[in-house]
Design a protein around this ligand. Structure first.
Ligand code: 1HE
Length: 261
């Protein structure tokens, strides 16, 4: 990614088929300022050829303290709306980009940090992780997509509780209720996320495309349209030469069985 001008708060490294995107603003607890958000937009808009999945992780004790509050105080209502729409644009690039994203979480995953994590396709949380939506305490509302993405993970009632009461959800509870799909030991998040990303990168590109772009849309429509869309996506994916080869490999006993590493 040497061609991209990235802010100091972001570092991007290629690890074979996986792009590791790291928040590097630990002194501000990886608070997300505009430069970082625009940097994330550039990164997820230009995933290099040969990369099949990304990992999003963070330096320091915390994944992210959310929106950089020092940038919010001077906004008018109109500027606030545009700023929120900028977050939506950036996080849509991440969610609906070219490759699936695995977030490796630890420490604070709060406010906009949770909004960022919720845009990823898989979340791996270390035991130090805690989730909160301190927007209520700050006198504001979420603006980075949480009201759309977080209820789809944990339901409206739990999210309302988090904003209204400032409740902090610890890693174990977050795992139980669906904020993270994997719970791992301290210091193990990045390795686990990278292992998952490598596995994802081995999938046929059309399968990953279907999961990222068709599945969330199908989940939003009625049963009849959903089943019809599923059939179209199934037809396209099975038609790819790679899919046919993979089926032959299994029948010739040259492919992994379910559960085999
Ligand atoms: C920040 C931010 C920030 C820390 N914006 N500067 N998010 C919040 O309301 C969370 C606010 N942060 C915290 O509650 C705590 O910082 C933590 C629990 C995450 C970590 O605590 P700690 O003791 O490790 O760090 P600290 O001493 O509080 O902070 C270290 C520095 O980071 C300090 O700056 P310094 O110059 O005095 O060293 C803090 O000011 C700075 N810092 N968090 C700016 N968020 C699209 S809408 C989304 C809306 C939201 O995200 S609202 C929720 C915002």
């Amino acid at each position: 990614m040497s061609h991209l001008e990235l802010p100091e708060s972001l570092r991007v490294e290629r690890d074979e088929s996986v792009l590791v995107v790291r928040l590097c603003r630990a002194s501000k607890r990886n608070a997300l300022d505009d430069a970082t958000m625009l940097g994330l937009e550039s990164v997820f808009s230009s995933i290099p050829a040969g990369v099949g999945a990304a990992v999003l992780c963070a330096e320091g004790e915390h994944f992210s303290a959310g929106l950089d509050l020092s940038e919010l105080t001077e906004h008018s209502a109109a500027e606030g709306a545009l700023h929120s729409r900028q977050w939506h644009r950036v996080l849509d690039r991440l969610q609906f980009g070219r490759v699936p994203v695995v977030a490796a979480l630890h420490g604070a995953v709060v406010g906009g940090g949770l909004e960022l994590a919720a845009a990823a396709h898989i979340r791996v949380a270390e035991r130090s992780t805690f989730y909160a939506l301190p927007e209520g305490a700050r006198g504001i509302f979420v603006g980075g997509g949480a009201s759309v993405r977080v209820p789809r993970l944990i339901g409206v009632a739990r999210m309302a509780d988090m904003i209204l009461t400032g409740r902090v959800v610890q890693a174990e509870e977050g795992h139980q209720i669906g904020l993270a799909q994997y719970l791992v030991g301290t210091g193990e998040g990045l390795a686990h996320a990278t292992k998952l990303a490598r596995r994802i990168a081995e999938n046929a590109p059309m399968t990953n495309y279907a999961v990222m772009h068709a599945l969330p849309r199908i989940a939003e429509v009625g049963q009849d349209q959903g089943l019809f869309l599923e059939s179209l996506m199934a037809a396209i994916s099975q038609d790819a030469p790679e899919a046919k080869q993979r089926l032959r490999d299994f029948l010739n006993k040259q492919a992994r069985k379910v559960g085999e590493e």
